[in-house]
Design a binder for this molecule. Sequence first.
Ligand code: AMP
Length: 190
Amino acid sequence: MKNIVLFGPPGAGKGTQAEFIRDSYNLFHISTGDVFRYNIKNNTSLGVLAKEYMDKGELVPDEVTIEMLNKVVINNLDCNGFIFDGFPRTTSQAIALDKLMTSNNTMISAMIAFEVEDNILISRLIKRGETSGRVDDSDELIVKNRINEYYRKTAILKEYYQEKDRYYGINGEGQINEIFIRLKKVIDSL
Ligand code: AMP
């Protein structure tokens, strides 16, 4: 199995590139943000809980997020590998993911990080908010809070994967197809 963690702040392009990877490499794409949004749309108890945090640009608590992620993985173990998009976002989540992989005789092959300047992130997210209808994309204060949450809780994971020799950084600025070429170089080398 090839299991890839896509990493980077909100607006770095994880979701867009995840779809290209899914189609080219036939991997199973898990976006924790999408799973939460699906639950919000369907008014489940998980959705009601997640919405409280998401609308403020805060992370949903670890226990809830980890349990949800575990379920999605366990239900799809017959795939060629996973693309994790938006997970892990905290050290506890990264540890839980390693445990889950090990217990299923597999591992994270790589964390691939998109490196993008903050001012580009903010303008990408606000622009996306014009069409996505996402509350957390449409208000600049919420967008900035999401980026702050990334630096406070998530950025540290770079070291977590560097220590395991699994970290690959790529330039996430430029045309979507150029970024995908950079990404493919890394994936093909795994
Ligand atoms: P995203 O679609 O990845 O930008 O995520 C949107 C929002 O969903 C985030 O701002 C968080 O509130 C929540 N979320 C998504 N993934 C996670 C995660 N791994 N841990 C905690 N909260 C998450």
